[in-house]
Write a protein that binds this ligand. Structure first.
Ligand code: UFG
Length: 327
């Protein structure tokens, strides 16, 4: 079975990608420094402990596994933190990606699948976002991801590295089998925080801002199920193997939900009350981010199966009630 290096393979999306790769007949090699990931989440192939700021550890992984492709998930991804400490984001995300791309080229591995984000678009009021929309990030997290997209274009021009870049909207839900799931320390994401509040593990969910220019005043996001998202990655890998060239794809469901709508849906799915507090806006948050892209559907043949809001919450709730990972 062909090997694929999955950076961040011990993290939330990376672990789901490893499951999907294994199901598609590949051996996923999780490359992870376990700073935020979980040893326990590496269930579908080997773990290679290494760090993207340590070039020798990346070279060692390429030499050991001779991968046909890289899927690059490892990154810092907290918008708020990136506003306070941009240097950390440029160092770890951009320098880390440069080291990885250099190592891939040196090893002759020229297929690169990259996790980018709709945070590269910034706050463009009323604009339906697709691959042609100008990227105007408003936080250092988004800037660092846009820089990596540019880096990959430069590597293609210089070295022939081919990339499929996925710009994610809000990834949610968990593996329906609950083999892997979403577990962050600290947790910052809306749905797991809400499930914690529902389960009594925290007092309440704070809604960050109720005065946005949206119908109910709370931020609107486009939520996409992690299992659908990683299926697109497998299709992206097949795209590169078929020599179809570098391409950017947005991955979202195309439907926007406000924070209040997600709160209401969680109450319905779990059949429990959701304790909420109305709080201040969180710096760096755009009012609305919704994908209008059809490209992944039309060109990759990607059809999300579980990305309706009730299924995403139900899958996350099942995982939430199972055994947590241990390090
Ligand atoms: N929110 C709250 N209360 C909370 C947490 C979140 O009201 O306690 C709100 C946020 O303000 C936002 C929405 O819920 O409007 C979703 O917030 P998340 O933190 O779950 O997700 P983000 O939209 O901030 O960020 C996520 C990923 C990023 C990615 C981004 C793209 O974490 O990596 O989506 O929008 F870039």
């Amino acid at each position: 079975m062909a090997n694929v290096i999955v950076t961040g393979g011990a993290g939330y999306i990376g672990a789901h990608a490893c499951k999907a790769l294994k199901a598609a007949g590949y051996t996923p090699v999780a490359f992870d420094n376990l700073s935020t990931g979980w040893r326990d989440a590496v269930r579908f192939g080997p773990l290679h402990e290494g760090d993207l700021l340590d070039r020798a550890s990346i070279d060692a992984a390429f030499a050991t596994y001779q991968p046909i492709a890289v899927m690059h998930f490892a990154a810092l991804s907290l918008v708020g933190e990136s506003m306070k400490d941009p240097g950390k984001y440029w160092r770890e995300n951009v320098t880390g990606a440069a080291n990885l791309a250099d190592a891939a080229v040196a090893a002759g591995c020229l297929n690169f699948v990259f996790s980018s984000t709709c945070a590269t678009y910034g706050d463009q009021d009323g604009v339906v976002l697709d691959e042609e929309t100008e990227q105007l990030p408003i936080n250092a997290y988004g800037s660092s991801k846009r820089a990596i997209e540019q880096l990959l274009a430069d590597f293609e021009a210089a070295h022939g590295l081919r990339s499929v870049i996925f710009r994610y909207f809000n990834v949610a839900g968990c593996d329906p089998d609950a083999e892997v799931g979403e577990q962050h320390v600290p947790e910052t994401h809306l749905i797991p925080l809400m499930l914690d509040a529902i389960a009594g593990k925290r007092d309440a969910l704070t809604i960050f801002g109720t005065d946005y220019a949206t119908p109910d005043g709370t931020c609107i996001r486009d939520y996409v199920h992690v299992s659908d998202l990683v299926d697109a990655h497998v299709k992206g890998l097949e795209w590169l193997k078929a020599d179809k060239g570098s391409r950017v794809f947005c991955l979202g469901s195309g439907d926007g939900f406000s924070v209040r709508e997600v709160v209401d849906a969680s109450g319905t799915v779990t059949n429990r009350a959701v304790p909420v507090i109305e709080g201040q806006r969180r710096p760096g948050d755009a009012a609305a981010l919704v994908s209008g892209s059809r490209r992944a559907a039309e060109e990759l043949g990607w059809t999300p199966q579980r990305s309706d809001i009730a299924t995403m919450i139900a899958d996350a709730w099942r995982w939430h009630q199972s055994e947590p990972y241990e390090r």
